[in-house]
Design a protein around this ligand. Structure first.
Ligand code: C5P
Length: 243
């Protein structure tokens, strides 16, 4: 590995100082974690696939006017991104009940929700990223009222666009997690989409068979994790063959 300055190491990614001021390099690791890092594994090739899938989705979101941190892919595992100040929220959008929502509210996994639902979790590993309300966000100042408005409207636009993108290749977008950041442009600060969008951060089910093509394969020991990620990449036309 190069001698670039490491800024931050997360569970699945590393951030390095970028070549220009205001840029960073986002490196995608093969590490997989679940249940707040209680479960860990290294999945050969996952980082390469997530780098490509996130590039693909961020590029398309940018093309339809969703501001995001992606600048360009540098190599198989790295992309150049805009430096932002991360807003300490995990923004979850759900179309179909699954995961913690099914558990929390007793709604059968797979039940279509009456409408898309946006949830917020406070980004704090030590606490296991607890669910919080807009009241908490406002009272503790984690995001300003304007930022929260921007986040909700961007999250719903992203959901509309991504639901269509995946439906077109036979995949149901069940739910996904987004992160946003403050991008400082001279005197201006703008809320932009950051982090990654990949099968690590989305639930993706085959439209016909309901087969899981996402990180639940790892969480639930279903096997074939990278094969499923490769299938997503293949259907999106990012790679030619299934791995
Ligand atoms: O576990 P839960 O049902 O709350 O997850 C909702 C969605 O957010 C899933 O697509 C999951 O992969 C994603 N998520 C994530 N990172 C987290 C928590 C959830 O990408 N820390």
């Amino acid at each position: 590995m190069s001698r670039r300055r490491m800024i931050y190491e997360g569970k699945a990614k590393i951030l390095y100082e970028g070549p220009e001021p205001g840029t960073l390099i986002q490196y995608f690791k093969d590490d997989a974690t679940a249940f707040n890092a209680e479960k860990k594994a290294v999945l050969d090739g996952k980082g390469v696939l997530n780098n490509r899938i996130s590039e693909f989705i961020m590029t398309r979101l940018g093309a339809v006017g969703i501001p995001n941190h992606f600048i360009k892919r540098i190599n198989m595992r790295e992309q150049l991104i805009r430096k932002v100040e991360i807003i300490p929220l995990e923004v979850i959008v759900r179309n179909v009940a699954a995961g913690t929502m099914s558990k929390r509210l007793g709604i059968a996994e797979g039940e279509t929700l009456p409408r898309a639902i946006v949830e917020f979790c406070y980004k704090k590993d030590e606490l296991g990223d607890p669910l919080v309300s807009e009241e908490h966000i406002a009272a503790f100042g984690w995001a300003s009222p304007q930022e929260l408005d921007d986040i909700i409207s961007l999250a719903l636009r992203i959901n509309d666009f991504m639901s269509g993108l995946f439906a077109a290749v036979g995949i149901r977008l069940v739910d996904f997690k987004l992160e946003f950041g403050r991008h400082f442009e001279g005197d201006m600060v703008r809320t932009i989409l950051a982090d990654e969008i990949s099968p690590d951060s989305c639930r993706l089910w085959d439209l016909v068979t309901n087969e899981k093509l996402d990180k639940d394969r790892f969480r639930r020991d279903l096997g074939g994790v990278t094969e499923a990620y490769a299938e997503v990449a293949r259907r999106l036309g990012i790679i030619k063959e299934s791995a």
